[in-house]
Design a protein. Structure first.
Length: 369
């Protein structure tokens, strides 16, 4: 009998909690049964952004956010159960990524921090919760990210074909699946995070550049693009991961001083930054992909997708829809699958991707009773 897992994901964009109800059989094959997305209220989002951008954490605020985010996740899970007409008893476990507020795998004491109190989530939903997926990989010497390549391998691997799966969240990451079962993966740099932050600073009521309307009105500024590409992350060898700690407006703004660039020109240049850094990352793979499949929120940016089609030729560019998985739900489904891996004591990391010394079972579990 297949088991049901609920995957919870909120990424660096901090705009919503995505919830995926997934059926998983004994072989680990997945089927998306229902999905739901609950927008994070502006007040909560502002507080999350503030704590993720400061090193001076106030303990009471961190604890309050841990609870508030957990309560938001509870709302999302309950709404999904109503939509799917299911009871908590029919769910094996919730697999909760939590909200990352700090990710520093290269710090002198490597660490990552996700909040969203799992005990509160378990008690309030009546469902066991598997959580804390990243720290075990870091304990084993890895980056703790990206974790989705293991899921990409499970779901998308093509025999006798080289493919790349690009996740366009706040940060972009690439998974390479080789024709003989090989897998590699790493973060390539910003996807949506700088684009969204730039829009939100100038248009507080807008969360992103809908249909790339701002970017289309601008032109690529070659001098600025060259400066952006000098960020040391881009030339680092894999395994590597990154986040808002490195790519934020505090990094961007000094590069704009004395340039007198229009808002639209900066937005267009940031689109080009994402496109170019993904293209450059693909050049480092052991074998160039025959096809490239995209997932994540960035697939809704038509200009970005056009640039990929132009830059990555002759590789064919599509979304994961062509592989039978809705591109908006890949990450939430991935964490549902990682929850299944924990439940069955199967390693969930890919040491070739994260740099961990060995495969490990990821996560911890809190019971709802």
């Amino acid at each position: 009998m297949p088991q049901r897992f609920i995957g919870l994901m909120s990424g660096t964009s901090m705009d919503a909690v995505d919830v995926a109800l997934v059926q998983i059989n004994a072989q680990g094959q997945v089927k998306l049964e229902a999905c739901y997305s609950l927008a994070i209220p502006q007040n909560l989002r502002s507080r999350l952004l503030k704590i993720s951008h400061t090193d001076n954490w106030i303990a009471d605020e961190l604890a309050a956010l841990d609870v508030a985010f957990s309560e938001h996740c509870t709302q999302a899970v309950k709404a999904l159960l109503v939509k799917a007409r299911l009871t908590p008893e029919s769910i094996t476990a919730i697999a909760s990524h939590g909200q990352t507020v700090r990710h520093k795998p290269n710090f002198k004491t490597p660490y990552t921090c996700q909040i969203g109190d799992p005990a509160r989530l378990a008690v309030s939903t009546g469902i066991d919760v598997i959580y804390d997926f990243r720290r075990k990989d870091i304990a084993a010497g890895g980056q703790g990210a990206p974790l989705v390549p293991a899921f990409h391998k499970q779901v998308f691997a093509h025999q006798k074909q080289s493919i790349a799966v690009i996740n366009l969240g706040g940060i972009a990451n690439v998974t390479w699946l080789g024709p003989e079962g090989q897998v590699l993966g790493f973060d390539t740099g910003p996807a949506n995070t700088l684009l969204d932050q730039w829009v939100q600073q100038h248009y507080p009521n807008e969360s992103f550049d809908k249909d790339a309307q701002f970017a289309r009105a601008g032109e690529v500024q070659a001098a600025l693009l060259e400066q952006l590409l000098q960020h040391p992350f881009f030339s680092k060898p894999a395994p590597k991961s990154t986040g808002r700690e490195e790519f934020n407006l505090d990094w961007l703004k000094p590069l704009l001083e004395k340039k007198q660039l229009s808002f639209d020109d900066v937005q267009r240049t940031l689109v080009e930054l994402t496109a170019i850094t993904v293209k450059d990352a693909l050049k480092t793979l052991p074998q160039q992909p025959d096809a490239v499949y995209f997932c994540g929120g960035g697939t809704n940016n038509p200009l970005l997708m056009e640039r990929f089609a132009e830059l990555l030729t002759p590789a064919k560019c599509n979304t994961t829809e062509n592989l039978g998985v809705d591109p908006q739900w890949v990450e939430a489904m991935a964490f549902a699958w990682l929850g299944w891996c924990y439940e069955h004591k199967k390693p969930g990391n890919q040491p070739e991707v994260t740099g961990a010394s060995h495969p490990v079972v990821l996560g911890s579990k809190v019971l709802h009773q």
